[in-house]
Design a protein around this ligand. Sequence first.
Ligand SMILES: [Fe+2]
Length: 345
Amino acid sequence: MIFRQLFDQVSGTYTYLLAIRRGGEAMILDPVIEKVDRYLQLIKELDLRLVKAVDTHLHADHVTGLGALRDRTHCITVMGEQSQVDVVSLRVAEGDKLTVEGLALDVLYTPGHTDDSYSFLMGDRVFTGDTLLIRGTGRTDFQNGDPRAQYDSIFGKLLRLPEETLVYPAHDYKGESVSTIGEEKRFNPRLQVKSIDEYVDLMNNLKLPNPKMMDVAVPANLHVGLHQEEVAKRGWALSAEQAIKFLGKPEIALVDLRETSEREKHGVIPGSLHAPYPDLAHNIAPGGKLRTLAENKEKRIVFYCAFGERSAMAVQAAQDAGIASACHIHGGIDAWKKADGALGR
Ligand SMILES: [Fe+2]
């Protein structure tokens, strides 16, 4: 397995690059914008293909690398379902699996530091974001933080993992790189409380200054910029209402770019084809199934995904590959459902 812990000294952020093998798919957790060149260089050196870029939560102390990585690698951007961040193309929730080739991380919803904080369990190790730090916990005094929720996340979920589970946080300011659940249980000073009220009291009296970058980072991280708007300007977008009128028409091929788990959870547009986003380059290349549909069967390709971000990238790629009829459903199946579009399995 490839497991790299990368560090941004300015913000004290840990970024993790994960893959099962050289030459395979990779995912990156909590990338920092200033380090994107370095990540891409390493990804190239290790012969990896970046498929997913994930943020554990909305960061207040650095600008996320999600947008830049999306633009430069066309990867899928991932956050939790509570996220208000525009760039997110795949939203996960408690109990989901976060997957790339050969790896499946268990998704744990661990709010408290923020209301969109997640942890990810990968076998013998857990990525705790800013929920559980080494000998500390993430502050709970802004961004919808809630010490009570954090207590439940830590005591009710993270500390119930096997004691030997390795803890990899999103930050450290003292040079620590890894801990274990057992160590944190015993030696983390914030966790030596006798009740939830004692914890809440402790967290409410930390009196920390706001992060230096907060006024810049939070707005920048919320509005990274969408591909959908560009694609709409070029006339390659259908509203959900327009798309509903095309349902069942033989000249239209609706193409679902989502993962199987998303299809099972949120339903599919009846009669649509499944062609997951990571296989797109192959499917639109000469001889690929989508290209064949467009060329030989003269079908108009209408992509869709969860919220319209992956499908906007797919439209751009298909247009670049010469499939001039390609378009997508603006807002994805989320917009389709709001417009009362039919759903199947
Ligand atoms: Fe944070």
